[in-house]
Design a protein around this ligand. Structure first.
Ligand code: IMP
Ligand code: MG
Length: 180
């Protein structure tokens, strides 16, 4: 695995510190609101697991797997829910936890879906933000790191389902995806 990584972008230590900081920011805003922490599978698995351990107040956790199709030249795409959550979000404050905000297509569809279901408030916590790639504006409430337009893996992020288990975020060598 390591041999496919061109460069470590964010070390375990940097991520840990940032996750702690995000936890304290979330506490300030939602510490008394019993928020629903909504982990978007699969990429946010590790980020969510670390983040919720920094939240020392009541909250609940649920999971959803969603993607968008009709991406081609369209900007809107259509939300495709692969796995839905069990929680009734009616009246809840929902904090969506995402690994990376890229084009914004998926989240720009997911947020209205949760509001339609009656969520009181929906906000977004992303570990990584790639603003250069944005096709649809999405409001981010909690952001870990802004990164350049490079393909990254590790700490939950994959390429072809691999590298999620790397403990850091690294830039994948282009030849890895060029050879596929
Ligand atoms: P979007 O914002 O709708 O384009 O979707 C973002 C999703 O694309 C993320 O949840 C990731 O699964 C995937 N993604 C985007 N950029 C990267 C990357 O650099 N590495 C790995 N996955 C990525
Ligand atoms: Mg992915």
């Amino acid at each position: 695995m390591e041999k496919d990584i061109a460069r470590v972008l964010l070390t375990e230590e940097q991520i840990k510190e940032k996750v702690k900081f995000l936890g304290s920011e979330i506490k300030r805003a939602y510490g008394d609101k019993n928020p629903l922490i909504l982990c978007i599978l699969k990429g946010s698995l590790i980020f969510t697991a670390d983040l919720v351990r920094c939240l020392d107040f009541p909250c609940t956790i649920d999971f959803m797997q969603a993607s968008s199709y009709g991406l081609g030249s369209e900007t809107t795409g259509k939300l495709k829910i692969k796995k839905d959550m069990d929680t009734d979000v009616h009246g809840r404050d929902v904090i969506i936890v995402e690994d990376i905000l890229d084009t914004g297509v998926t989240l720009s569809n997911l947020i209205p879906e949760l509001k339609n279901r009656g969520a009181r408030n929906v906000v977004l916590c992303v570990l990584l933000n790639k603003p250069e790639r944005r096709r649809i504006e999405v409001k981010t409430d909690f952001v870990g790191f802004e990164i350049e337009n490079e393909f990254v893996v590790g700490y939950g992020l994959d390429y072809a389902e691999k590298y999620r288990n790397l403990p850091y975020v690294g830039i994948l060598k282009p030849e890895v995806y060029e050879n596929n």
